[in-house]
Design a protein around this ligand. Structure first.
Ligand SMILES: O=C(O)CCC(=O)C(=O)O
Length: 362
């Protein structure tokens, strides 16, 4: 079994500080091989315009049975065909969403030495970071981040969260509570759509008091050569499901659809939901985690808040018995999320290699 590295393999460089130093060409450690650069991707103009499905959560509180059923079917299609969708009318205050983005922007705009007090290490990833994976000589992504634990409560340690801006801890506590509740509602919809008890997925994740939830706030600085690098390399999320609050003003997230990368146009005040590897495993690949990446630009910084809604990390996750048949045997062996996530923590983003390689081992 892989174990965690104690330290980063090279001195950590903050991408924001690098960008602010006014350089006109980027260091070679951020330059992706030609085939991975954003401009080399085939993007037909026609496909470029496709929007990912939008789900109106208000329809689920409607008395109109047909409306509810129709929306449920749309969620099912979104999960099967896209692995990605946006949710609107989700009940979370737009003010709170705005404040959450603002406090993090303010955090990233603090002097470097204040941020460095929270510098993270590869053992837990908690804190201020600038790389994913500990492979020496790896080509790095053009972003910094802050990673923190929100759930379970035993892992929530506010003293590890930034003390500045002074409102950050309060705003993030409130934001976390609301977003985790939203995650629970979406898991219910997925369970029902898979033909399972409505609490099935939540129970498999350890129940509402024990699920894992971590927040990664991404900061993508402006980049003088955006065509040579990526804000985050292609990856599927290793956890259960991600609830993303994207930047309303700057696009950047791209989703793989076949051989193409589609740029998501965020709807103001919507969340973007995507399926992670653990739901792919639990659903025996009826739902699939989908590869995504982030492109950067030379004009504007971008901030996004990704809440990873995960199973309790020491539970064994395997395909639901109800979804395993003679014709469709279990595609994945049981594994805890603790063990599963070591892969990305060691190797960094690697497309869908991990979950696909597991399918051959069951
Ligand atoms: O910044 C984004 O839009 C996506 C971030 C992401 O993929 C991640 O944090 O895993």
């Amino acid at each position: 079994m892989m174990s965690c590295a104690q330290a980063w393999p090279e001195p950590v460089v903050r991408v924001q500080a690098l960008a602010e130093s006014g350089l006109s060409s980027i260091p070679s450690c951020y330059i992706k091989p030609r085939s991975q650069r954003p401009t080399k991707t085939i993007c037909s103009p026609q496909n470029h315009q496709i929007d990912i499905p939008v789900i109106d959560l208000e329809h689920f509180s409607s008395k109109d049975h047909i409306l509810r059923e129709k929306e449920l079917k749309r969620v099912s299609e979104a999960c099967r065909e896209w692995g990605f969708f946006q949710v609107v009318n989700h009940g979370i205050s737009h003010e709170l969403m705005k404040s959450a983005k603002e406090v993090w922007r303010e955090f990233f705009n603090l002097p470097l030495d204040v941020k460095e007090e929270h510098a993270n290490s590869p053992t837990t990833y908690e804190g201020y970071g600038s790389r994913l994976g500990v492979k020496k000589g790896a080509i790095l992504d053009w972003s910094d981040y802050f990673f923190l634990h929100y759930m379970p409560p035993s892992l929530r340690n506010q003293t590890k969260w930034p003390a500045l801006p002074s409102s950050l801890r309060k705003v993030i506590s409130e934001y976390g509570e609301e977003v985790v509740k939203l995650g629970g509602r979406i898991l219910e919809l997925m369970s029902i759509n898979l033909g399972l008890e409505e609490n099935f997925l939540l129970n498999k994740f350890g129940g509402e008091d024990d699920i894992g939830a971590c927040l990664r706030v991404n900061f993508y600085p402006k980049c003088p050569q955006p065509d040579l690098t990526l804000g985050i390399s292609p990856h599927s999320d290793p956890g259960g499901m991600t609830i993303l609050l994207p930047d309303d003003f700057v696009a950047g997230l791209q989703v793989r659809k076949g051989n193409e990368w589609i740029t998501i146009k965020p709807i103001p005040n919507a969340f973007i939901i995507n399926i992670g590897d653990q739901i792919q495993v639990l659903s025996n690949a009826i739902y699939k985690s989908v590869e995504h990446r982030v492109i950067v630009n030379s004009i504007k910084d971008r901030v996004s808040l990704a809440m990873f809604y995960n199973p309790k990390s020491d539970l064994l996750i395997e395909p639901a018995k109800e979804l395993v048949t003679k014709e469709r045997p279990a595609l994945y062996p049981p594994m805890t999320y603790d063990e599963y996530r070591l892969y990305i923590r060691m190797k960094g983003p690697c497309g869908k290699v991990q979950v696909e390689s597991l399918a051959t081992k069951s």
